[in-house]
Design a protein around this ligand. Structure first.
Ligand code: SF4
Length: 346
């Protein structure tokens, strides 16, 4: 089986190609792939036939296949994709003003089992290779009329459980010879894997960090997110403080609003204690119900009351609507539904 060309370091690619063709052929090839988003050598019109044949013979230029596409009334588009080995993942394109954000997956399931998440209800599956991640980004760039301005690792999977491949992919798309993607426009989200936060801090790779917090009360977080039993809040906070000594960017705390779970006065007091001395901003996101799970979405009045109290927090706060609620917008929902459907058909 041929190796995927996506993710091969441009220097290594050039030296491999340089054994057979002039080095500038490699630069032309990279321009076709990362600049013009053309992935079929036959369509690379200024390349000679023998080089096109060489590329086709030497590398796999395949991208994930689209199995399903759903368009939301808010403009976001969700894709269910199939990888070479038949595993399924999701990616979502979310337009907002001049911004176009791509949400990518890092695993084909997730072992972390957060109670509010459809992906967490799947069996843990495999880590994506760096080329699977880059493949999503290239495919999305090819599909969309506008330029992708932001990338968030908030799709299926816990990126910090696949950190080496995720960092390889990030390193790759930040290179001048590929997409030259700005570090401030890439966000890595974690449920709170402390060794991963340290590793990212020490990696030298610049990227924004988001923590899916959802409760600053240890007992509530233990229930919502089993990972908290392994990496409890006090230790997590220390890891975030360490990260801050190494990163120029503010951390984002993500807090999904779930009635009867984390929207009380005491929940806000705990959040104030946890975030008080962190340089961070806090995004509150009303829960987007998943049919297979028992939590409900907050009503408008409950959100309003909560946000009024939250205005007391010292950090910048933002109420963000989850995108694509009408198209199974929460991560993993499309794949879970297709798996249920397939089982029903058997
Ligand atoms: S929220 Fe993230 S870490 Fe938690 S189960 Fe879902 S995909 Fe995994």
């Amino acid at each position: 089986m041929l190796s995927s060309i996506y993710g091969i370091d441009p220097g290594k690619l050039e030296s491999f190609i340089g054994d057979y063709f002039p080095a500038y052929r490699c630069r032309q090839l990279l321009k076709w792939i990362y600049g013009k988003k053309v992935f079929d050598p036959a369509l690379m019109t200024d390349l000679p036939d023998d080089f096109k044949e060489f590329v086709s013979r030497s590398f796999d230029l395949g991208l994930p296949e689209i199995r399903q596409k759903l368009v939301s009334t808010d403009g976001s588009i969700k894709y269910r994709l199939v990888l070479k080995d038949g595993k399924q993942i999701e990616m979502v394109l979310m337009p907002e003003g001049k911004k176009l954000t791509l949400c990518v997956s890092s695993q084909t399931g997730c072992a972390r089992g957060c109670l509010f998440c459809a992906t967490g209800s799947m069996k843990p599956a495999r880590n994506l290779e760096s080329h699977d991640i880059i493949g999503q980004i290239l495919l999305a760039s090819h599909l969309s009329d506008s330029k992708i301005t932001n990338i968030v690792f908030m799709g299926m999977g816990e990126p910090f459980d696949n950190l080496d491949n995720v960092l390889d992919a990030i390193r790759h798309i930040q290179l001048q010879d590929t997409l030259a993607f700005s570090p401030r426009r890439i966000t890595l989200s974690t449920c709170g894997i402390i060794p991963g936060i340290h590793k990212l801090a020490d990696s030298g790779i610049k990227v924004k960090l988001a923590l899916s917090l959802n409760s600053a009360n240890n007992e509530t977080r233990d229930e919502l997110m089993p990972v908290n039993k392994l990496y409890p809040l006090p230790a997590l906070k220390k890891a975030l403080q360490y990260y801050q000594t190494k990163s120029p960017f503010r951390i984002t705390l993500e807090y999904i609003l779930i009635p009867e779970v984390n929207m009380g006065y005491n929940d806000l007091k705990a959040l104030k204690r946890f975030s008080g001395d962190l340089s961070c901003k806090i995004n509150f996101i009303p829960y987007n119900p998943v049919s297979s799970l028992s939590y409900r979405a907050p009503e408008a009045k409950e959100i309003e009351d909560f946000m009024r109290l939250a205005a007391d927090l010292p950090q910048a706060i933002m109420l963000r609507r989850s995108k694509g609620a009408d198209i199974n917008g929460a991560c993993g929902q499309l794949v879970v539904r297709s798996q249920i459907h397939n089982k029903e058909q058997q």
